[in-house]
Design a protein around this ligand. Sequence first.
Ligand SMILES: CC(C)(COP(=O)(O)OP(=O)(O)OC[C@H]1O[C@@H](n2cnc3c(N)ncnc32)[C@H](O)[C@@H]1OP(=O)(O)O)[C@@H](O)C(=O)NCCC(=O)NCCS
Length: 269
Amino acid sequence: MAGYDDGSDASDRIRGYIDRLGDRIEGWVCHSGQKTVRCRIDDRDIPVPATLYRADVRDAGWGDGFCGFYIDTPPDLRDGQFHSFSLEVPGYSGFTFPDCPGQILLGIPAFAINLLHPDETEACREFWRTHLTLETGQPVDVTDLGFDFMTKTGLTLVIRAHERVVGFSLLEPKRLSGYRHVAVLRIALLKPYRHRGLGRHLLQATLEQAGVSGYRRIELTVNVNNRAARRLYDRFGFLEEGLLREHYFDGHHYADEWIMARCLAMDNQ
Ligand SMILES: CC(C)(COP(=O)(O)OP(=O)(O)OC[C@H]1O[C@@H](n2cnc3c(N)ncnc32)[C@H](O)[C@@H]1OP(=O)(O)O)[C@@H](O)C(=O)NCCC(=O)NCCS
């Protein structure tokens, strides 16, 4: 499982992670000191206990598992805009959570979903540049990464907010005779825009588009650890059809993926 630590061998070694950064912030921090975290959003200080039970942290062998926290951000700050954000562990000034301090988007921004126009290659590149840079924490050159497929299929939907592309969905048709009623779905949002319902809106629009385009079966694969995506697909009636072992390689590790599908023509039966 993901986790950051200070790398020390000392008995006060500390590890922690932010699992969800949205209107509700969720994470865990594991160390031997006082179990609290201190969140700061703009000029507000929000101290919270970090004592909720996390079986996944305990199963990873990191402490007794009583290390989880959540922070409900102040409702009056949920204005669809970015705010300055930091999260500290009192007594451990050397420890920082990933992407901290930084910016947090609160509330739901104004957004629009459209079919991507075939000549918007630059908007796609900009999306991938930002997406991969946020995922890897390093600037990424996307010139030759081969993501032009987004502008070539004609079935890419993009979601725009704050005057840029912040997410996309792609329905990639299967090309072999006998399989052309099947489209493979991919969907992703920029990190700051997740966990606020935009994925649901984008998937809804994508399935409507799939129906209009005459597809009968939409299929996808999803990493077994990807809770947000799995929940989204479950909610939209995708059914699990099997486990693809070691299907995904992230450059370091192989991961199992579920194969899931929804048959649109069967929806009305
Ligand atoms: C998968 C993804 C598109 C979902 O979009 P999203 O806007 O974050 O999801 P939503 O806010 O619409 O939430 C959809 C469901 O997931 C749940 N969810 C969101 N984040 C979650 C999390 N971290 N853990 C568990 N469930 C989560 C929501 O509660 C909601 O379920 P509900 O409707 O039953 O309440 C988005 O998280 C993403 O881009 N992830 C990275 C790329 C990716 O994994 N793509 C899919 C590859 S298969």
